[in-house]
Write a protein that binds this ligand. Structure first.
Ligand SMILES: Nc1ncnc2c1ncn2[C@@H]1O[C@H](COP(=O)(O)OP(=O)(O)OP(=O)(O)O)[C@@H](O)[C@H]1O
Ligand SMILES: [Mg+2]
Length: 282
């Protein structure tokens, strides 16, 4: 790690009261049967906790098991063993209809946006609300308008996905994921299909959602810059297991993994650049 002693130490933040755990994965394992026989152990004995208000990053090489692990968070993938608890409900113990209800509390977005191509932006966002029922047309319209305003796409309600840019498509996906008012937003490589500038704007939107709506975010990425930019805590995934996890603000501890060290260096660089900027303006 580069010597930063010539710079003033970053101010110690006031000791904030730790917020409660919102998501707990405990002793989770997931094995896939291989077509030619045998098993592949994709998630190995993973235990981790995400606190309310976190932007929690999962980082690791391709094939490390990040997406599989993320899909355990809402039981899109059911673990072979272990438990998944979100907002006080143990998803792994719920019946089918209870699970459907609990999933409304967990939105998800993907690298390739996964929008309905033959539906307008409005109908894409309205889709989960209509599926679940319980809202009349007026209430659906009001909620959709709110969600589109949140991602600054109020003027695109009547457009079709093919008429949108990549960044706009991902914003529609975010609006759809937020429509049911979830406490958690899961993001699997949400910026991988976007250019650098659009990535920055989208990360800003996610941060805004985290802060303004208090939505807890779990984000998978293999891009250090993405996670370094918005996460407060990260877990490094190697061969399906958590190799280490740490708060990005904690720059003192020695990191065990290469990715952990690179991420720590990246955070130190951000702090250094910020300090330089502040000195220039002093
Ligand atoms: N349905 C499945 N059947 C068999 N093997 C699978 C299945 N899904 C995932 N795997 C295997 O599990 C491992 C982890 O896959 P996963 O998609 O979770 O990795 P990842 O870390 O998200 O990778 P990437 O960064 O490339 O998206 C891979 O080796 C993959 O081939
Ligand atoms: Mg993946």
């Amino acid at each position: 790690m580069r010597n930063l002693t010539s710079f003033p130490a970053p101010p110690t933040p006031p000791p904030a009261t730790p917020r409660p755990t919102l998501i707990r994965i405990a002793g989770a394992n997931k094995t896939f049967a291989l077509p030619k026989g045998g098993d592949f152990h994709a998630v190995r004995d993973v235990t981790l906790e995400v606190r309310e208000g976190d932007i929690f990053g999962l980082i690791g090489k391709s094939g490390a098991g990040k997406s599989t692990l993320l899909r355990l968070f809402n039981l899109l993938e059911r673990p072979d063993s272990g438990t998944v608890t979100v907002d006080g409900r143990e998803l792994t113990a719920l019946r089918k209809n209870e699970l459907r209800d609990a999933r409304r509390n967990i939105g998800m977005i993907f690298q390739q946006f996964n929008l309905l191509q033959n539906a307008t932006v409005f109908d894409n966002v309205a889709f989960p609300l209509r599926i679940h029922g319980g809202m009349n047309a007026e209430q659906v319209a009001a909620r959709v308008a709110d969600c589109l305003a949140l991602v600054e796409l109020g003027d695109k309600a009547d457009s079709y996905p093919a008429q949108l840019s990549g960044g706009q498509k991902q914003r529609v996906a975010i609006a759809r994921a937020l429509a049911s008012g979830p406490a958690v937003l899961l993001c699997d490589e949400p910026t991988s299909a976007l250019d650098a500038e659009t990535t920055r704007a989208l990360l800003g939107t996610l941060q805004d959602i985290n802060q303004r709506l208090d939505v807890t975010i779990v984000i998978v990425s293999h891009e250090l810059s993405v996670l370094g930019e918005i996460c407060n805590r990260v877990a490094v995934i190697e061969d399906g297991a958590v190799a280490e996890q740490f708060d990005l603000a904690d720059t003192s501890a020695v990191r065990k993994t290469v990715l952990g060290r690179e991420l720590a260096q990246h955070s130190a660089d951000i702090i250094e650049a910020q300090a330089r900027k502040e000195r220039a303006h002093a």
